[in-house]
Design a protein around this ligand. Structure first.
Ligand SMILES: Nc1nc2c(ncn2[C@@H]2O[C@H](COP(=O)(O)OP(=O)(O)OP(=O)(O)O)[C@@H](O)[C@H]2O)c(=O)[nH]1
Length: 408
């Protein structure tokens, strides 16, 4: 891309950003209900959402307003006020946190109600500034703590809404109370603000840390779930193929070195459709789960087992020689057959399998897979319930079949 194009694009996106920034300075736009976007969840999906958010903010609010009480109280001692303001301060410091939580939890959408409570907090902050006649230290401490809350809870938009709420309530306080600008803070007031300065950021930091830890755990869980097949809890095809590519590259790098062999095993349940048709899909699912369990119990941790499709399973036998892989695969097929007369957990299903050791002549990982597929189909053709290992003869047969297909 030319630098001219880049500059033009940057200019365009910059131009688009300006209205958004200006909207943050416009209280009418900030408080106007945002038009619904196509990817918004339906309103009914929001009902009951945000309980954890409410509880988290409750804890912070109880600590913050409890300590903040002493900041404002010190301001009131320095510049005395009438008892209704003291009563309002006691309410805000010690009753409001519980009332706000109760109110939010009883709302249809607790998350939204809690955001509203945060704006009310910011409004109180502005009002206390006016009530303290602009006493500088407590005003700055309270406003910065409330802003920290709002930006942490709802980003710049909630922060700016809070700023406007603070300004409005400051002006209201100015009009209602006999406001005189007295910014000097005496030493007692400054000392009373210190606990808030020291403790509140700690509480907010701890709460943010706990939340990010939980988020990291969630994203790890999601990652694991996205790699798994839901029914069998084996790797799903997409993830397993990525492992196959890695293994293929590893084998290519180590080609010729002993102890770095790997084999690919493709297993398919025979006449599985009959199980579904005769006993129903639930029994079919049970057979798939039982067979996965058999694979898991007989293979090593190191082997990478995946569900390739409906009743097809794939295994990368890592660091396994062709001779060992042959023995192991044959044992699996025998065990599946023996279950017919044993616990019958496979409902009489037998297994056909194709086995292909890695060889350096393979150009790409899918050649390995194609060969395994071909070997497995040869096992089906041989009458099922058996293992076919890839060898030069099969290679020639496949090459001939491919040439015939091309000629036809
Ligand atoms: N119960 C269940 N059945 C599935 C699932 N996925 C695929 N199937 C079924 O597996 C069956 C596979 O049938 P076919 O491909 O004809 O294979 P087959 O009956 O095993 O025949 P051969 O492979 O030739 O021995 C189909 O009926 C699919 O509907 C699943 O998750 N659960």
């Amino acid at each position: 891309m030319s630098s001219g194009t880049t500059r033009r694009q940057a200019g365009r996106s910059g131009r688009r950003r300006w209205p958004a920034l200006l909207a943050l300075l416009n209280p009418v736009a900030l408080y106007r209900k945002r038009p619904a976007r196509p990817d918004d969840p339906p309103p009914e999906a929001l009902i009951g959402k945000g309980v954890r958010f409410v509880n988290r903010i409750y804890m912070l609010r109880a600590i913050g307003l409890g300590i903040g009480f002493f900041c404002v109280a010190a301001g009131f001692v320095q510049n005395p006020v009438d008892w209704p303001l003291w009563a309002l301060l006691v309410f805000h410091g010690f009753i409001w946190p519980h009332a706000a939580r109760h109110w939010a939890l009883r709302s249809e959408i607790p998350y939204r109600a809690e955001r509203r409570n945060l704006i009310i907090d910011a409004g109180f902050g502005g009002f206390w500034m006016a009530a303290m006649n602009g006493n500088l230290v407590p005003s700055a401490v309270i406003i910065s703590m409330l802003s920290m809350d709002n930006i942490a809870a709802g980003g710049v938009r909630l922060f700016m809404r809070g700023v406007w709420a603070s300004i409005a309530c400051f002006l209201l306080g100015w009009l209602v109370l006999d406001y005189r600008f007295m910014p000097q803070s005496d030493i007692a007031t400054i000392v009373a603000c210190l606990p808030m300065l020291a403790l509140y950021p700690l509480a907010l930091g701890k709460s943010t840390y706990d939340m990010s830890k939980k988020l990291a755990e969630r994203s790890r869980e999601f990652e694991v779930v996205s790699q798994m097949d839901g029914l069998t809890r084996l790797f799903n095809r997409r993830y397993w193929e990525s492992l196959l590519i890695e293994e293929f590259e590893r084998c290519r790098r180590n080609a010729g070195r002993s102890g770095h062999d790997a084999c690919l095993l493709l297993l398919d349940l025979d006449h599985f459709k009959n199980i579904n048709d005769t006993h129903g899909h639930l029994v079919g699912d049970e057979v798939l789960r039982n067979f996965s369990q058999l694979l898991r119990s007989r293979l090593r941790e190191d082997d990478l087992i995946g569900r390739y499709g409906g009743e097809e399973f794939v295994v990368i036998l890592r660091n396994t020689s062709a001779a060992d892989a042959l023995l192991l695969s044959q044992r699996l097929i025998d065990e599946a057959r023996e279950r017919k007369s044993g616990d019958d957990s496979l409902w009489g299903c037998t297994v056909s399998a194709g086995l292909v050791p890695f060889t350096p002549d393979m150009d790409a990982h899918y050649v390995w897979l194609q060969r395994a597929d071909h070997a497995m189909y040869c096992a089906k053709e041989k009458g099922r319930d058996c293992l076919v290992a890839w060898d030069a003869g099969l290679h020639r047969a496949q090459a001939k079949a491919a040439a015939d297909a091309r000629a036809a």
